[in-house]
Design a protein around this ligand. Sequence first.
Ligand code: AKG
Length: 254
Amino acid sequence: MKLNTSQIQTFQQVGFLEIQHRVIENDHLQQLRRSYDQVFEQRYQTAEQGWRNLSVTVDSTDQQQNEMLQVVDMWQKSNTFRELLYHQPLLDIATSLIGPNVQLFHDQALYKPAKIGGSVPWHQDNGYWRCQPADLVSIWIALDDAHTANGCMNVVPGSHLERQPDHSRAQEEGQELPALLSVEVNDSQSVPVPLKAGHAMVHHCLTLHQTHPNRSNQDRRAMVIHYMPVGTRNGEGILLKDNLVLYGRNPHTA
Ligand SMILES: O=C(O)CCC(=O)C(=O)O
């Protein structure tokens, strides 16, 4: 189901949108969870490229308690997640917001285990990516119910329209988190976006967002797909012509 004009206008004004309808049905959700857990099981064992604990601080002697686990490019590790890239309800959202020709920037699984799930500090996605034009959108899909206690998304409405803030290395209890960037934000400006499992939200690549630690008894598994309009360039100005075309056509390839 494509977004309607009022939903598109809301997204343009506030920089994010909670999708009112379910995007993943129950059977599909079970299949995604199984596949997700299998990938994380393998990563725990092998710690190969693409797997990171974003909560690890510079000081390796630190008694590391937190796990904010990331697997990038899930679509290359699991057919279930490759197929998810072409899932029509998600493509309907992406094409409604960035037009008919859509490429994958990348996808990632972000897992906050119960009790020990780490935080993700305030940032804009394009603070990392530096893509131009900055028109990418990300669909954040809840594979478990995500609420304030287990680390749902928090966003600053309208922040995508403001000047791009400087990002610095994130800190936790005085120690640097080398994998993460951070921006100073007054928490009173933010709103939580709790989601039921199988539901999703979409945010603009300049929208400030963060997630809190998960100290609850419930895991928080989430999947994010980052979409870009055909013609997007990376931080070095290189045209990303070879990224997967998920919908429409790419005039930059033969
Ligand atoms: O899932 C999280 O905890 C953080 C998500 C995030 O930063 C993102 O989707 O860009």
